[in-house]
Design a protein around this ligand. Structure first.
Ligand SMILES: Cc1ncc(C[n+]2csc(CCOP(=O)(O)OP(=O)(O)O)c2C)c(N)n1
Ligand SMILES: [Mg+2]
Length: 562
């Protein structure tokens, strides 16, 4: 057998395996697995992206994974381990396959108050599908394979490997090892489990019988690569499609059957339509609080069916009339093979109602999306982005108001456009956009973030310039975290005091100037008409770009309708 009886260092094997799995970038703060980094340089072409913090390294790996479907790899030495764990939290919430590697405790020095060390393992437990230690070098090959297998199968998610030694020095040891790689697990989805035929039929029968059905599609459709089949089914049966925020890019907003994002960071038309449905078909969604506005959209008790790759997801929040266990694309292909297109006739009235609700929304928001107000209303940025986003762009969006503005008011125009969003952590989008650009250098990456979100990891602009991770970052700069405005008004029992603004506002800042000083292109936009040309200039810049848009701190994103 190749390599049998031949001793090799852990570093050689680990570098060969990462190369073998097709990893192109790793994101880290040194010093961890130093010898492995030397072997990566000798044996592979993996880019070793040295960042300004472990949390942003994890976010970059997460963005890389969500953009490419390939596991993203991030690393930290023992003292940075919990910073890295914090960064896995969004990947965990979004089912993103991230592989985290840290240095860890050596049996020789455990419990002696050795410098910088605590037991880090418990901190990784709630944010990983697999959390293991590699204490002996000979375990590197099987544990790496298990890490890729666990991260990519079922509903994907993060894993953590702790390497013995504060810097993971176990990689210096030698053993007889083979760098066997299972290419199947180098991207999602490695398996497409087949559903039971009777379950598919039962679900399809209900869908076809329904007069007012709606599909709620989530991130599982995205992971499965099932967008085309989803749209084919919806069009054949004439069923409107709402999505979760995580699944926003599975149907372009311009499709006649697309009704928008449903739930909390949502579009009014989507919530109204889902709440008027006589059957909701959930596909690849956790039916979590965000997608259902805390189970008010649809209301619990609404007739529902569900398709998911995870058995325990089926029926968790909504009692089901039919459930199908399997890969989303496989299930949809099975359905498409046996549909009765004539059943679409039954839904003509429903589709007219859907069309009317959609056009009421469009009429209501038309002027806001084209607003000429100064300071600018962020809705105008969304309106312009719908029109101007390149056909193959990856759009990366932060949380809070950023998620609300873009989730509700921005539309994808083409099936080639991708959309990724923070699953809740402020500050995620900018580093995640860098990871997306690393994974897909040929595609434009456009980040939308608030100023509070951008401040979190602004130091990574230097990393972006250093590594030519040329994303375009649009900062909705209103000088504070204005999502807090409503919350503090409530806390003060009506209207907050003037002094309360110290809780959520900042000093004014010109991020364009800051960006220029760090070697990026910086453009300041104060007038609505300047935004389009600024975006064109940023996209053509050939270096990272920051568009600093001065916006109205009083402008609040639309709240969810139930
Ligand atoms: C890690 C983390 N901490 C706190 C929050 C709570 N939070 C949500 S939005 C927000 C303020 C956002 O401000 P900014 O990015 O400037 O966007 P704006 O609301 O001003 O549009 C805060 C603090 C969060 N989502 N994540
Ligand atoms: Mg702000």
């Amino acid at each position: 057998m190749l390599g049998h009886n031949q001793k090799r260092t852990g570093a050689e094997v680990l570098a060969d395996m990462l190369g073998g799995y097709g990893v192109t970038h790793v994101f880290m703060v040194p010093a961890v697995l130093r010898r492995t980094f030397a072997e990566m340089e000798r044996r592979t072409s993996i880019a070793r992206i040295h960042t300004h913090g472990e949390k942003s390294a994890a976010y970059m790996a997460d963005g890389y994974a969500r953009a490419s479907g390939k596991p993203g790899v991030c690393m930290a030495q023992v003292i940075g381990a919990l910073n890295l764990a914090a960064g896995l939290r969004d990947a965990w919430l979004a089912h993103s396959p991230v592989i985290a590697m840290t240095g860890g405790r050596d049996p020789k020095t455990k419990f002696r108050k050795v410098y910088q060390e605590i037991d880090d393992m418990p901190a990784f437990e709630p944010v990983t599908k697999m959390n293991v230690t590699i204490d002996d070098v000979s375990r590197i090959p099987d544990m790496i394979r298990q890490a890729f297998r666990t991260a990519t199968t079922g509903a994907p998610g993060p894993v953590h490997l702790q390497f013995r030694g504060n810097e993971g020095q176990v990689d210096l040891d030698e053993a007889e090892m083979e760098a066997i790689v299972e290419a199947q697990f180098a991207r999602v989805p490695p398996f497409r489990p087949e559903p039971e035929a009777a379950h598919v039929k039962a679900a399809l029968d209900l869908l076809q019988k329904a007069e007012r059905p709606v599909i709620v599609a989530g991130g599982g459709v995205r992971t499965s690569g099932a967008a085309r089949e989803l749209i084919a089914l919806a069009e054949a049966l004439q069923i409107p499609v709402a999505t979760s925020l995580n699944g926003k890019d599975v149907i372009p907003g311009t499709n006649a059957l697309s009704v928008g994002v449903v739930g909390s960071y949502s579009r009014e038309s989507a919530n109204r339509i889902v709440n008027a449905a006589d059957l909701v078909c959930f596909i690849g969604t956790e039916t979590g609080g965000m997608t259902t506005h805390f189970w008010a959209v649809p209301k619990i008790g609404t007739p529902a069916i569900q398709i998911d790759i995870e058995a325990e997801a089926l029926g968790r929040n909504y009692p089901l009339q039919a459930s199908v266990l399997g890969d989303a694309r496989t299930v949809l292909i099975k359905m498409l093979g046996q549909i009765d297109k004539t059943s679409a006739m039954r839904r003509q009235k429903w589709l007219e109602q859907v069309k009317a609700i959609k056009s009421e929304w469009a009429t209501k928001y038309q002027s806001l999306l084209a607003s000429d107000a100064m300071p600018m209303n962020p809705a105008r940025i969304c309106g312009d982005l719908t029109k101007l986003m390149p056909d193959d762009a990856i759009v990366v969006v932060d949380t809070g108001h950023a998620g609300m503005w873009m989730g509700g008011l921005y539309d994808l125009r083409t099936p080639q456009q991708s959309y990724m969003r923070s699953a809740g952590h402020l500050g995620w989008a900018f580093p995640a956009g860098m990871g997306a650009k690393a994974a897909c250098p040929e595609r434009p990456v456009v980040v939308f973030t608030g100023d509070a979100g951008f401040w979190y990891h602004i130091g990574e602009l230097e990393t972006a310039v250093r590594w030519k991770l040329n994303s375009v970052t649009i900062v909705n700069n209103n000088g504070g975290g204005n999502q807090s405005k409503r919350g503090f008004d409530r806390a003060y029992g009506g209207e907050q005091t003037q002094q309360a603004r110290e809780l959520w506002t900042y000093n004014p800042m010109n991020f364009a100037r800051l960006a220029e000083d760090m070697g990026a292109l910086g453009i300041r936009v104060e007038q609505p008409s300047e935004f389009g040309p600024a975006l064109a200039q940023a996209l053509a810049a050939n270096r990272p770009a920051v568009i600093d848009v001065a916006t109205d701190i009083e402008a609040l994103a639309p709240t969810p309708v139930t």
